[in-house]
Design a protein around this ligand. Sequence first.
Ligand SMILES: *[C@@H]1O[C@H](CO)[C@@H](O)[C@H](O)[C@H]1NC(C)=O
Ligand SMILES: *[C@@H]1O[C@H](CO)[C@@H](O)[C@H](O)[C@H]1NC(C)=O
Ligand SMILES: *[C@@H]1O[C@H](CO)[C@@H](O)[C@H](O)[C@H]1NC(C)=O
Ligand SMILES: *[C@@H]1O[C@H](CO)[C@@H](O)[C@H](O)[C@H]1NC(C)=O
Ligand SMILES: *[C@@H]1O[C@H](CO)[C@@H](O)[C@H](O)[C@H]1NC(C)=O
Ligand SMILES: *[C@@H]1O[C@H](CO)[C@@H](O)[C@H](O)[C@H]1NC(C)=O
Length: 548
Amino acid sequence: METRSLLLLLFAITSLFISAIGGQLYLGRWKLLKRSIGISAMHMQLLPNDKMIMFDRTDFGPSNLSLPEGKCISESHNTDCFCHSVEFDSINGNIRPLTILTDTWCSSGALSENGVLVQSGGYRLGERVVRSFNPCADCDWVEDANGLITPRWYASNQVLPDGKKFIVVGGRYQFNYEFIPKTSSSDQTLYQLPFLKETRYSPLIPNNLYPFLHLSADGNLFVFANDRAILLDYVNNKVVKNYPVMPGGISRNYPSTGSSALLPLILHGNFSIIPNAEVFICGGTLPDSNQKADAGEFIAASKSCGRLVINTANPSWEMEEMPMNRVMGDMIMLPTGDVLIINGAAKGTAGWNSAREPVLSPVLYRPNTPKNNNTSRFEIMSPSTIPRLYHSTAHLISDGRVLVGGSNPNRKYNFTALYPTELSLEAFYPPYLSSNTSRPSITAIVPGVNLGYKQKFSMWFQLKEEESLGNIYVTMVAPSFTTHSLAMNQRLLVLAMDDNGVQNVAAGNNYVVHVNTPATPALAPAGYYQLFVVHEGVPSKATWVHIK
Ligand SMILES: *[C@@H]1O[C@H](CO)[C@@H](O)[C@H](O)[C@H]1NC(C)=O
Ligand SMILES: *[C@@H]1O[C@H](CO)[C@@H](O)[C@H](O)[C@H]1NC(C)=O
Ligand SMILES: *[C@@H]1O[C@H](CO)[C@@H](O)[C@H](O)[C@H]1NC(C)=O
Ligand SMILES: *[C@@H]1O[C@H](CO)[C@@H](O)[C@H](O)[C@H]1NC(C)=O
Ligand SMILES: *[C@@H]1O[C@H](CO)[C@@H](O)[C@H](O)[C@H]1NC(C)=O
Ligand SMILES: *[C@@H]1O[C@H](CO)[C@@H](O)[C@H](O)[C@H]1NC(C)=O
């Protein structure tokens, strides 16, 4: 019975994914939203009020915005009165300058259970800072100079199941991890993680920065660096599993910079059945590509991708090839459960002036297209006109578009370099926004948007008058902290629907579907999620829900 409904669900999803093949309309489109947002969007995090927090770095000279209230930053004989962080309202497009006074270059972050962005590390005076940003109309950054025990430059963060604590892993010369926020000022516990030392290409080439982190369905942490991976029981500081080496000899982490995403967690109606947690890693390049780029040789980036189910007894990599080579690609989960691979270059590596041949076309990856069908899981989308190389970002917003910003924040915001500093902000419209099938709209969540675990709730939605009911599923997306081609904390769950399916409840094409919330906080850490209903491959706009 369970197997049958799982198969039916898989079949439903698969047929949806396959249905969107065709002409130009189906390749997505682009729109330039702002020629300049004043800063370069090197880091992005969406808050539950639909405002996107963006920032670059504070030590690089004149952005195109001044700090609010005449403030200035003084660091090593430099006075900088320019702004390096903004809040972008994804609903009305307004921009509000924000105040960050310490350097956030190559930092990390996550959203906490109460919707506060907790962000950590950076460079020099910013390297041990933990900053927080409350989602409210006139809030600004609050900085704690001694929030971290040790400097964290190029570390990765993961929100833990309770949504209140975060693990911060690695960083340059940091073969260890710690937790934030500290429970007391005497909490100075640093946990060693030799794996981060072992996975360097050489002591001089630490090409395993910004390790990929994914919280597995059992609450342990998947950590990937270079081409190796472990499952870490971070509570007991124990490696509980060593995964097979990813084939191909490609390095996937900074500056060889591929990308990694946890594929949709497909939840079962029976709460005791744990879904597969499957990691998907694409792109990157050979480990010495950065050194070669410094010497003027820009070698081809990798096409290869691998999938690994991390919570089975004998995991093994399933390898695939993208239609194009890509380094510095971002992997963004769309509300449908498809993966958008966007930004980056076909040659070279991360680093200024270290890449060539910008890849302007995103690729859509449909994870559930069966392998034995010659239909590719990949589809090439319409190109942008703006190269998005080093320090570019992408982030899903609640209306189903993907915001794209940043690239090459060169020293002093050089706009005449080969690949100039980019202050522009674009939106990519995935193919579903050009579909002839109209968007469903969520009209109510009953009993309400505050959810608990192992519960049922009802989602009411409406279709256009003339539309007949097709395939329906419901997804829940955790907003990510995106930087350096890595969407930290990105998570998408396909919720289990009741056996009695979707009911037509009233005139005006109104329907209700009964769904289960996730069983445990390991599947969905406490906090805010965007809830979508997908009808015939076209998602609604999101309704924010909270789970704890
Ligand atoms: C493969 O996918 C195509 C496109 O959706 C479909 O028409 C075809 O029936 C599939 N073939 C097999 C063997 O599953
Ligand atoms: C900087 O802002 C001014 C207006 O304030 C605008 O005219 C100019 O184009 C901007 N420059 C860049 C590079 O964005
Ligand atoms: C739920 O799954 C568990 C574990 O597979 C199984 O033992 C149990 O019988 C299932 N419950 C129902 C109601 O099917
Ligand atoms: C897939 O393509 C190969 C070569 O083009 C062909 O031999 C094979 O029959 C095809 N399989 C299916 C399921 O269409
Ligand atoms: C900007 O970059 C170009 C090309 O590298 C260089 O020639 C120029 O001097 C730079 N301008 C500034 C202001 O640094
Ligand atoms: C979508 O609708 C337009 C206008 O009616 C039509 O020209 C187009 O062929 C349709 N596309 C598909 C794939 O049905």
